[in-house]
Design a protein around this ligand. Structure first.
Ligand code: ATP
Length: 359
């Protein structure tokens, strides 16, 4: 994949407020790229800088090797779909989509076929004559997408496009958007504060905190090898246990509260090995409740069930382990013949040092 968008040393100030801090990133042509982070971290600002709605205080924005410094938004190869997908309720679906073409100089019949092609792309073929106000939220979002796609941008910028939809429709549209992106081959840049949405949809994700990029990686690397505790806490759920590094050389020797001794690989400490007090992070699905007679393949510890949350396909347990200050969350898949334990049950849990990240 060729590089399409390059940001180098981008800084953005609003008065004294430092909204973007030394942003360096490269987005490839055809990539589904997400900007993920808590509210106010600068995701929308970064998207608007790429679109040209905001200038930069310092640094450069290049698209297709061209410096965008003096290029206004309407002359950039980008198009934006907003959170509040402002479609016009008094117009028909086709008129809404054709709105994107108003300055294109296209002839009427060319426009009509471009509109129909764009509607087909988003799964709304034949909906052109419908009144826009008579559409569901998901359908309106598709109209907004069709209106953006009809201009054939190289880059589609999506600012929380699914946040107004209910959970089922959002999940459906996530799959639709991935399919659409693969079909049209356009680079998508998505802003979201929903980590699950970013994991499901993206080729790569930049996780932002307070105007900075904390980590930029593919979803699996972000989840399995977060490079800092703040990334680990933001993406998914992670248990943290106090631990002590007793030695490091080709491996790291640890003494973990409640669990005992463990030896882990150097790359399990993304911030580098160090002596003394550390925290170890363990994802809920890498711990397991041991039911009658089951043996741990690596290590086990006695535990007491503190809380049970039943989800149908999964049960989430909070368990207390002696000498571990906070309860540990364990995600267990529900299976035929496997009971759901009650609060207060004495049990054993299995853990595996290969799933540990040291912070
Ligand atoms: P959210 O998910 O809540 O939309 P975000 O990560 O997209 O948040 P931004 O909208 O980029 O955050 O805002 C980043 C910071 O910059 C916020 O603290 C915001 O108040 C500030 N900010 C944004 N636009 C302006 C502006 N025009 N003038 C002053 N401050 C601004």
């Amino acid at each position: 994949m060729t590089d399409l968008i390059k940001l180098r040393g981008v800084q953005k100030y609003y008065g004294d407020y430092h909204a973007l801090r030394d942003i360096n990133l490269t987005i490839r042509a055809g990539e589904f790229f997400s900007l993920l982070g808590p509210s106010g971290c600068g995701k929308t600002t970064l998207l608007r800088v790429i679109a040209g709605f905001e200038g930069v205080s310092d640094g450069t924005v290049m698209i297709s090797d061209r410096d965008m410094k003096d290029v206004p938004p309407n002359q950039r190869p980008t198009n934006m779909v907003f959170q509040s997908y402002a479609i016009f309720p008094h117009l028909s679906v086709a008129e809404n989509v054709a709105f994107g073409l108003r300055k294109s100089g296209m002839k009427k019949d060319e426009k009509a076929s471009a509109v129909e092609a764009a509607l087909t792309m988003v799964g709304l073929a034949g909906y052109g004559a419908r009144a826009a106000h008579a559409l569901s939220g998901g359908q309106r979002q598709r109209v907004a997408l069709a209106r953006a796609l009809i201009l054939k941008p190289k880059v589609l910028l999506l600012d929380e496009p699914l946040s107004a939809l209910d959970k089922k429709m959002r999940e459906h549209m996530q799959v639709e958007l991935i399919r659409l992106q693969r079909a049209v081959g356009i680079t998508f840049i998505l802003v979201t504060h929903d980590q699950e949405e970013a994991l499901v949809m993206s080729d790569r994700i930049a996780v932002m905190f307070a105007g900075e990029i904390g980590q930029m990686d593919d979803p699996e690397t972000l989840y399995r090898r977060p490079n800092s505790r703040r990334v680990a806490e933001f993406i998914g759920k992670m248990n943290f246990l106090p631990a002590h590094v007793t030695a490091f050389n080709t491996n790291i020797d640890l003494s973990i509260a409640g669990f005992g001794d463990a030896v882990v690989a150097l790359d399990q400490a993304p911030e580098g090995p160090r002596h003394g007090a550390v925290a170890v992070g363990i994802r809920p699905e890498t711990l397991a409740i041991l039911f009658d007679g089951e043996k741990a393949s690596r290590h086990e510890a006695p535990a007491v069930v503190d809380e049970v949350v039943y989800y149908g396909d999964m049960t989430y347990y909070d368990v207390r382990v002696k000498d571990v200050p906070e309860p540990l969350t364990i995600a267990m898949k529900n299976m035929i013949g496997r009971p759901v334990l009650d609060v207060g049950a004495q049990t054993r849990i299995a853990w595996d040092e290969r799933a540990i990240v040291v912070f």
